[in-house]
Design a protein around this ligand. Structure first.
Ligand code: FEO
Length: 171
C-alpha cells in the first residue's frame, strides 16, 4: 500500500502539474490573440509537457498501488500586458513549482519512501532545465524591450520548438 501522506501529496502535485498545463495553454491563447504564433506554439508545447509531468504522477501513484484522486483545476489568468509580462510570470511559476518538488523530496525522505525519492529525482533535474529555459527567454525579452523587429525574431525562434515525442502517453 502506498504511504497515505505521499499519496495525498502526489495527488496534489498531479493537480499542480495539470494547473501548469492549463496556465501555459492560457498563455498560448493570449499569444494567439496577439498574433505571436511562435510564442503561442512554444506555450502550447509547454502545456503538453506539463500534462506529461502530471501523467508521470498519475502512473506512479497507480504503480505503487495508490489511488489517483483528481481535483478541480484552478482557473488560470487570461490576460497579460506584454510577452515579457508572460515570461516574468512563467519564471515565477516555475520557481514555485521547484519549491513544491523540493517539499515533496523532503517529505519522501522524512517518510523513508525511497521509491518516491528516486522518482522525484527526475523532476528535480527537470526543474533546473525548466527554470533556466524560462529565464533565458525572459532575459532576451527584457533586453529587446518593445523593439518590434527583435520581438518578431524571438517569436520566430520560439516557433521552432520541437513537439515532445512522449506526449501524454504512459512513460
Ligand atoms: Fe512541471 Fe514546469 O514544471
Amino acid at each position: 500500500m502506498m504511504n497515505p501522506q505521499i499519496q495525498d501529496a502526489f495527488n496534489e502535485q498531479l493537480n499542480a502539474e495539470l494547473f501548469s498545463s492549463y496556465l501555459y495553454l492560457s498563455m498560448s491563447a493570449y499569444f494567439e490573440s496577439q498574433n505571436l504564433k511562435g510564442m503561442a506554439h512554444w506555450m502550447r508545447v509547454q502545456a503538453q509537457e506539463e500534462n506529461m509531468h502530471g501523467m508521470k504522477f498519475f502512473d506512479f501513484i497507480n504503480e505503487r498501488g495508490g489511488r489517483v484522486a483528481l481535483d478541480k483545476i484552478k482557473e488560470p489568468k487570461t490576460e497579460w500586458s506584454s510577452p515579457l509580462d508572460v515570461f516574468e510570470d512563467t519564471c515565477k511559476h516555475e520557481s514555485k513549482v521547484t519549491g513544491l518538488i523540493n517539499d515533496l523530496v523532503d517529505l519522501s525522505v522524512k517518510e523513508k519512501d525511497h521509491a518516491a525519492s528516486a522518482f522525484l529525482q527526475w523532476f528535480v533535474t527537470e526543474q533546473v532545465e525548466e527554470e533556466a529555459t524560462a529565464q533565458e527567454i525572459r532575459d532576451k525579452l527584457r533586453l529587446v524591450s518593445d523593439n518590434p523587429v527583435a520581438l518578431f525574431m524571438i517569436d520566430q525562434e520560439l516557433g521552432q520548438r520541437g513537439v515532445p515525442a512522449s506526449g501524454p502517453a504512459r512513460t
